[in-house]
Design a protein around this ligand. Structure first.
Ligand code: IPD
Ligand code: CA
Ligand code: CA
Ligand code: CA
Length: 279
């Protein structure tokens, strides 16, 4: 097997090139994939196709999980084989609206371990990278999560798009009811990958998102961890890359405090349900 550094050196120019294509994209068609809010462009498809093709030419035995390909053929299972997990555009809804939080994300998982992550946001000219055990970097400079331990000072990136689903709606309303009374401020950026990178670079102190896919988390979760942050699943259990929902925080203290609030919100929700009260 080649070294992780060889993988990194090979993919770095490819992800930069893909970013340049996005940066100069214009006059493209926007389609939807089933749901009206699930937008996709020819660039989502093209970037993924080219990345997979080029990496496959170099390492034909490797496996691939990409958002657009999985939409057609299904996600499949993660094996011990080196597996490239690709989100060709994370934050497509931002991209088509000229909002700058979108990026190309490439993660590499070997023996089921998140080993390498590269994220390029061409609109901000920001390249986030991490190799397991070697730290996280923004444009080549080492980055670290914030040192924040006080939830009252924390800036929390929170996405509630799943509230469309009644199962999540109540959960979110109870969580938010408790959180908004103490938190410093909320943000909702619309890119899971950038959200993770912003925890890694200390721009926000926490990020929570549910109902995601491996390509939303493969690179970003490693980048947060390599920057010194904590990632667990939204219920406080171990993060699962193949069924990703997560709470990523800069410090363990913040993670514990969020979980304490969630438990409080959950207890209240269950109590209200028993009493027949709805939020
Ligand atoms: C989406 C973004 C968004 C998250 C959605 C994802 P996409 O990815 O990461 O932040 O809330 O669940 O689907 O479709 O733009 O790659
Ligand atoms: Ca998408
Ligand atoms: Ca995504
Ligand atoms: Ca995408």
């Amino acid at each position: 097997m080649d070294s992780v550094q060889e993988y990194y050196d090979f993919v770095l120019p490819l992800i930069k090139e893909a970013g340049q294509v996005l940066l100069h994209a214009k006059n493209y068609k926007i389609e939807t994939k089933g749901e009206i809010y699930d937008e996709v462009t020819e660039f989502d498809r093209r970037i993924e196709e080219v990345l997979i093709k080029k990496i496959k030419e170099r390492w034909p035995s490797h496996s691939f999980i990409g958002e657009e390909e999985s939409h057609i053929n299904g996600i499949g299972t993660l094996t011990d084989n080196p597996t490239w997990i690709i989100d060709p555009i994370d934050g497509t809804a931002n991209f088509v609206r000229n909002l700058k939080d979108s990026c190309v994300s490439v993660g590499l998982v070997i023996n089921k371990v998140q080993t390498m992550g590269l994220v390029f946001n061409p609109f901000l000219n920001e390249l986030y990278t991490a190799i397991k055990g070697q730290g996280a970097y923004l444009n080549g400079k080492r980055i670290y999560v914030s040192k924040e331990t006080n939830i009252m000072k924390a800036i929390f990136n929170y996405e509630v798009s799943l509230a469309r689903n009644p199962k999540y709606y109540e959960l979110y309303m109870y969580r938010l009811k408790h959180l908004i009374q103490i938190i410093n401020g909320f943000r909702s950026l619309g890119s899971a990958v950038m959200g993770l990178c912003y925890v890694a670079s200390g721009r926000v102190d926490a990020y929570q998102c549910d109902g995601l896919y491996p390509w939303d988390a493969a690179a970003g979760v490693l980048i947060v961890r390599e920057a010194g942050g904590t990632v667990c699943d939204s219920r406080g259990c171990e993060f699962n890359l193949m069924d990703p929902n997560f709470l990523a925080t800069s410090t363990k203290e913040l993670s514990d405090k969020f979980m304490e609030i969630e438990r409080k919100a959950d207890d209240e929700r269950l109590r209200d349900m028993k009493n027949g009260d709805k939020f």
